[in-house]
Design a protein around this ligand. Structure first.
Ligand code: NAI
Ligand code: HPV
Length: 524
């Protein structure tokens, strides 16, 4: 039974596919209420309230995936999740419209002082002259961060007859032209805008982006809006610029600390606030919960997820094309790691023929995961394989060749160890399966599966018989056997597939046969 912890409030309608699955148990409780069972969950679904820290990840020993029903993953320690091999996914566009609409609602409320007027009338006052606002029409709106939400805000601003100026260092000219906005530098935006709204993620670069220096570059009487993340507008600087009257008003949906408690900003009459409500609509909540529920289900079925933060993203089509090579690569990694039972400095992978045209990042990670699995105690998978390889000082590289060298496709793996180098080549043949066609300098043809026994020996009559007799005497049945040699009477190899794993003592017995140089058990 798969167990999923839904730690923040989420739409039941969105979670329906998980709730309806009889193989899944969904527990809808806060983390603090399931402290004793944390190691029993396979998946964790959160919004922004639950902090997915390294400590929590450590406790959730069985966790495979974290689903963020929303956009921002700043409440999740993605690096730690990656290290632990936990996939992190989000629902990037389910709440875009709701947040853009909320931003607009805040903008209109801010310039027309609707919250203040509302409180006044509710207090039985009728003070029309105290609430004279300004129009949005004809005003210059500066949008910092022109992604999904920023661009939806721009569309609405244009409908209101506003001039839209955009600053986003990652925005391509082509996209800006298509949407028809004025792309400018941050300084230009700060100097021109009557209203500034921020729609970036919270990163090292955007933290305090509107701090004392940049706020000083804004027009006197500017209005500011933050429906993205607390801290993009520096709260201390904001207080100073409100106190000196430079900033005419502020609308905040988000805070550096949430909830903000008794924050000084809350004392200003011209600061209007909501408790992180950007995504809080029925529609957005159904959208984001549906997206993460579907993705988690897909993931638990062993299929590729499309909105992962720490995995290469694959479409279903691409996944279907790479799946065979993904499996072949994994097996090659497992075999190579056991054969090269020594410290390794570099792994070079060459993709040839049809596989060279595919998205190979995932295939490479699969190979690395296979290679590292016997060497590391912790979970290793596609999520953290590249990171673990780097941590262990194992460099890896990919090369591509259009020519498959007699094969429609092939993956050649070269492992550089401290004392030796090992090469193997594998191919995937439709309706036949995975085959290793070169092994350690020998042409051969075997399936990388099950209990394999590799023997390197001198090409002499009777060698196969000697091995066969010993295995037979110990009730070990040989399922298949492939042989290869470099030249008559030279070095030769046998690759045996056995019906059961071999005891180490038997390996030692085989090693003692004269003319046998190497015996390796390879378990795939
Ligand atoms: N208040 C709420 O309830 C919600 C808040 N959000 C927040 O809104 C923000 C935007 O979300 P989306 O538009 O979906 O994200 P997005 O990823 O589509 O857009 C972010 C944009 O910011 C730009 N950017 C990154 N660094 C920048 C920098 N230093 N200066 C200027 N631009 C920069 C990126 O190029 C990108 O175009 C996020 O912080 C998200 O967490 C999202 C949904 C709901
Ligand atoms: O999606 C986002 O980034 C949000 O900020 C929404 O947060 P929430 O899911 O409403 O806690």
């Amino acid at each position: 039974m798969v167990r999923i912890l839904v730690a923040d409030a989420m739409s039941e309608e969105g979670l329906a596919p998980l709730l309806a699955d009889p193989t899944i148990e969904v527990v809808q409780k806060k983390v603090v209420d399931v402290e004793d069972e944390l190691d029993q969950f396979d998946a964790l679904l959160v919004r922004s309230a639950t902090k997915v820290t390294e400590q929590l990840l450590q406790k959730m020993k069985n966790l495979k995936i974290v689903g963020r029903a929303g956009v921002g993953v700043d409440n999740i320690d993605v690096d730690a999740a990656t290290r632990y091999g936990v996939v992190v996914i989000n629902a990037p566009n389910g709440n875009t419209i709701s947040t853009a609409e909320h931003t607009f609602a805040m903008m209109a409320s801010l310039v027309r002082r609707i919250p203040q007027a509302h409180i006044s009338v509710k207090s039985r006052e009728w003070n029309r002259s105290a609430f004279v606002g300004v129009e949005l029409f004809g005003k210059h709106l500066g949008i910092i961060g022109f992604g999904r939400i920023g661009s939806e805000v721009a569309k609405r601003a244009r409908a209101f007859g506003m001039h839209v100026h955009v600053y986003d260092p990652f925005l391509t000219k082509a996209r800006a032209e298509k949407i028809g906005v004025d792309v400018c530098t941050l300084d230009e935006l700060l100097a021109q805008a009557d209203i500034i709204t921020v729609h970036t993620p919270l990163t090292k670069e955007t933290k305090g982006l509107l701090g004392p220096k940049n706020l000083a570059k804004t027009k006197k009487g500017v209005y500011l809006i933050n429906c993205a993340r607390g801290g993009i507008i520096d709260e201390q600087a904001l207080i100073s610029f409100l106190e000196n009257g430079h900033v005419a008003g502020v609308a905040l949906d988000v805070f550096e600390q949430e909830p903000p408690g008794d924050h000084p900003l809350l004392s200003f009459d011209n600061v209007i606030v909501t408790p992180h409500l950007g995504a809080s609509t029925v529609e957005a909540q159904v959208n984001v919960a549906t997206q993460v529920a579907q993705e988690v289900l897909t993931f638990l079925q062993g299929k590729p997820v499309t909105s992962s933060i720490n995995l290469p993203t694959l479409s279903k089509d691409v996944y279907e094309k790479i799946q065979a090579f993904y499996t072949l690569a994994r097996k090659m990694g497992i075999v190579a790691s056991q054969y090269m039972s020594e410290p390794v400095q570099e792994i070079a992978i060459t993709y040839s023929g049809s596989v060279a045209d595919l998205e190979t990042t995932f295939i490479t990670r699969s190979l690395l995961a296979g290679f590292l699995k016997p060497r590391v105690a912790s979970t290793v998978n596609e999520v953290n394989a590249a990171m673990i390889a780097k941590e262990r000082g194992i460099a890896f590289s990919e090369k591509f060749s259009a020519n498959g060298n007699d094969y429609n496709n092939s993956i050649t793996l070269t492992v550089y160890g401290e004392n030796k180098t090992f090469t193997m080549k594998g191919t995937h043949i439709a309706h036949y399966g995975d085959r290793i066609v070169h092994f350690n300098g020998f042409a051969i043809d075997f399936a990388p599966e099950g209990h394999l026994l590799y023997i390197q020996h001198h090409d002499k009559p009777g060698m196969i018989g000697k091995v066969g007799n010993i295995l037979g005497d110990h009730q070990v049945n040989i399922a298949t056997m492939q042989v290869g040699r470099q030249e008559v009477g030279g070095k030769a190899i046998m690759m045996l597939s056995l019906d059961k794993p071999l005891d180490d003592t038997l390996v030692e017995t085989l090693e003692q046969i004269s003319d046998i140089d190497v015996v390796k058990k390879l378990e795939v």
